[in-house]
Design a binder for this molecule. Structure first.
Ligand code: URP
Ligand code: ZN
Ligand code: ZN
Length: 464
């Protein structure tokens, strides 16, 4: 099957230009002007007035995650289909090591959940719950097998938290095996003290989840894990950064030459602590780190512009308001943590970033696609429009507007954090390895089409 995309503006991280793209099978085979005159195709897609961009890569999702006494609602099928509608053609999800069990067992469980159910290509990072001699040895094997990143936590005591010694040992291991440690950096034990004080004082509404998790607790933990990484001589990637306090620590580290990288998420750019007011409705916005006062978002946008923040992922971890978020009525500590966003990321960043005049369209493509591909060992197979790259392409209409709503989104969750928000920009045609999987709001994909991505070690994170 040969597909020709004509008359569009190709937008990549490096620049924009008018050219046609020829896809043969699963791969981009030719890029040039007026290709229709020089070649034949089974299908021609007219992209006049539209952008042609590399498919979005969401490097932080949690489909079906068991968390907070329940499960993240989107399955690999519903979540990846929603991602596709929103212009994302690759996700990297998190397999979880259960305490006392092998990394491999967790990985196999998550591979089984995803295989045959996911409609776009996918990879896995590994959440490490136990750091010991055996799990450290297993890390080496996983790096060799294409799972080169490991998430550890300074938050969630009793669930995922690792102490400083364990985190340091994991950094020592990646310094040797070429992997990358991803850190959830908040001081969980200190947060638990403040949260208990708040509940004891009768402050049980979800809003106090946001208040209890002080920005300084994120700043402290961010500095601590960066310092541990420096001591071990390993790079570090800080996930879901929300607070100026944490960004300041990241900037300082990068200024002194440390290989420290940051990710932020749409919720920290577009939502604020005020969204958590309104009684129990605020549960719709409970995530960790929490939403912050608006001035933090301003700093995050600057961080994105200046590349202190490398990319935007969603941390997609959806729970229904009814029946799931409601587990925390009367005690905000019991609200399952996480928000839906996998479908909205590309459009929100286009609307708030490019249309809003905060970043260029090339930087937009970089933060939603190219940077995650480079950071997580998929470039130039993914994240690029180049001869030989996978034909993961989106014909994007930068002028179309639509209204985000739970009544029209495809994520399997009963609310939207962005209900009623009008955004400019929409994915018209979404192509995954040469196959059209979304066209004009209709899904044409199939679960069996997806492929598990064995990814390279984080060489990019080591480069000077
Ligand atoms: O609230 C969040 N972030 N839920 C998902 C789990 C995590 O910490 O990434
Ligand atoms: Zn986290
Ligand atoms: Zn997460």
């Amino acid at each position: 099957m040969r597909t020709l995309i004509t008359n569009g503006t190709i937008v990549t991280a490096d620049g924009s230009y008018g050219a046609d793209v020829l896809v043969d099978g699963e791969t981009i085979v030719l890029i040039g002007r007026d290709l229709a005159a020089a070649t034949t195709a089974d299908e021609t897609i007219d992209a006049s007035g539209k952008y042609v961009i590399p498919g979005g890569i969401d490097a932080h999702t949690h489909m079906e995650l068991p968390f907070g006494g329940t499960f993240a609602k989107d399955t690999f099928f519903t979540g990846s289909r929603a991602a596709a509608f929103g212009g994302t053609t690759t996700i990297v999800d998190f397999a979880v090591q259960s305490r006392g069990k092998a990394l491999r067992e967790g990985l196999d469980t998550w591979l089984a959940k995803a295989e045959g159910n996911t409609v776009i290509d996918y990879g896995f990072h590994m959440i490490m719950s136990d750091v010991n001699d055996e799990s450290l040895r297993e890390m080496d094997r996983l790096v060799d097998e294409g799972i080169p990143d490991f998430k550890l936590f300074t938050a969630y005591p009793g669930v995922f938290l690792s102490d400083d010694g364990a985190i340091f040992r994991a950094f020592q291991q990646t310094a040797k095996n070429g992997g990358l440690i991803m850190m959830h950096a908040e001081n969980g034990p200190a947060i638990d003290v403040v949260a208990a004080d708040m509940v004891a004082a009768g402050h049980t509404d979800p809003y106090y989840h946001g208040v209890a998790r002080y920005p300084i607790f994120e700043g402290e933990a961010t500095n601590r894990v960066i310092r541990l990484a420096e001591a071990a001589g390993a790079p570090v990637y800080i996930v879901h950064m929300s607070a100026r306090d944490a960004l300041d620590e990241l900037r300082a580290a990068r200024d002194r030459g440390t290989k420290a990288f940051g990710e932020t998420c749409p919720q920290y750019l577009f939502l604020t602590l005020d969204d958590m007011r309104n009684g129990f409705e605020g549960a719709k916005f409970v995530c960790s780190p929490p939403l912050r006062p608006a001035d933090h978002a301003e700093e995050l946008w600057k961080g994105l512009l200046r590349d202190d923040l490398a990319l935007v992922a969603t941390d997609h971890c959806p729970f229904d308001f009814h029946g799931q978020k409601e587990l925390g009525r009367g005690d905000f500590r019991k609200v399952p943590n996480g928000l839906p966003a996998v479908e909205d990321r590309v459009d929100l960043l286009h609307d708030g970033g490019v249309v809003g005049g905060r970043i260029s369209r090339e930087r937009w493509v970089e933060v939603i696609s190219t940077a995650p591909a480079k950071m997580f060992g998929m470039y130039p197979r993914k994240g690029a429009i180049a001869v030989g790259s996978d034909a993961d392409l989106v014909v994007y209409d930068p002028g179309a507007t639509h209204t985000i709503s739970a009544t029209t989104h495809h994520m399997d969750v009963d609310y939207s954090c962005y209900e009623g928000r009008v955004v400019q920009g929409r994915s018209d045609v979404v192509i995954s390895r040469g196959t059209v999987i979304v066209r004009d709001g209709e899904f044409h994909g199939a679960a069996g089409h997806s492929r598990f991505l064995r990814r390279a070690p984080a060489e990019y994170a080591r480069r000077s």
